[in-house]
Write a protein that binds this ligand. Sequence first.
Ligand SMILES: Nc1nc2c(ncn2[C@@H]2O[C@H](COP(=O)(O)OP(=O)(O)OP(=O)(O)O)[C@@H](O)[C@H]2O)c(=O)[nH]1
Ligand SMILES: [Mg+2]
Length: 317
Amino acid sequence: MAKALGLDDYLHGLKNQDRGILAKAISLIESSKSEDQLLAKKLLAQLVKARTKSFRIGITGIPGAGKSTFINQLGSLYCDHEFLTAVLTIDPSSTKSGGSILGDKTRMQELSFRTNAFIRPSPSLGHLGGVAARTRETILLCEAFGFERILIESVGVGQSEQEISSLCDLTILLSISGAGDDLQGIKRGLLEAADWILVNKADGENLARAEKTKQELLMALKILKHEDVVVDCVSSLKKDHVAAVYHRLEDYFHKNKKEIADRRRKQNIHWFEKLVEQELLFQFRNNKDLQDKIQKIKDEILSGAHPLNKIMDLKLN
Ligand SMILES: Nc1nc2c(ncn2[C@@H]2O[C@H](COP(=O)(O)OP(=O)(O)OP(=O)(O)O)[C@@H](O)[C@H]2O)c(=O)[nH]1
Ligand SMILES: [Mg+2]
């Protein structure tokens, strides 16, 4: 077996833009082994000192809206402009890491061949923290490596849209007309989490409908008093308007440095809260006395004791 990497190996590898080390570092922070978690904490603590000029862009939308196809185009444009571009995909609906990765790789084929790009699917983690339990940390690793543009794909179901906007400098909702994603189909939460809305698949016979959806969205946002949300039509398949989106994004990034820094500070509060939860769980799992007590109670339950009575006996501190 290969010798386990130490803190200096990771730091050195990231500094030298070693992609193998980046992949290993991501696996390290995703690992649930306690010795890995300890090393991950030390590594991440070193990395927060690194200065970054990254732009984190979240892309959310219902399954099949065209997120991967859009990211393939946008990411390729970023590579054309010589930005080191990382794509992280979060799939809260899959418990396995298999299926969707294959799908993403085929939808992002052009991008996956670009030397400036790095594509990494995040498996959905079953433990506390949910969807994006380690995505923040993965972003940090990518930034330490030198990635300047981070594109994060997340399926917009349930709470994940709130989650993604807590990780990104800007959240794009990729919408489509028809298929239950018309105005009545879009959940208010999704609208509220979005900074921009792009009506995708505005091509062929869908063009007129997409334009109509755009007008309806503009009206709805007016009623919700979210008039600052950008709404536009794109075709990721035909590459229509994606270059305009690219320029608009870059313009936003360069003109809103202060807003982005403020937003990141607020997101850090949310991050800290997540860390507290993770830390509690970590300490709980590694507290031998407590784990022994739990094992003893389990034996008692097997002998007939009731869990609701036994939980009262369990003092957590
Ligand atoms: N006509 C048309 N089809 C598109 C467009 N963008 C994506 N598609 C098609 O829509 C389907 C779904 O695209 P994906 O990019 O995989 O969608 P996704 O949102 O990433 O899907 P999930 O990852 O499963 O949530 C594919 O068949 C794409 O070819 C577009 O702009 N126009
Ligand atoms: Mg996808």
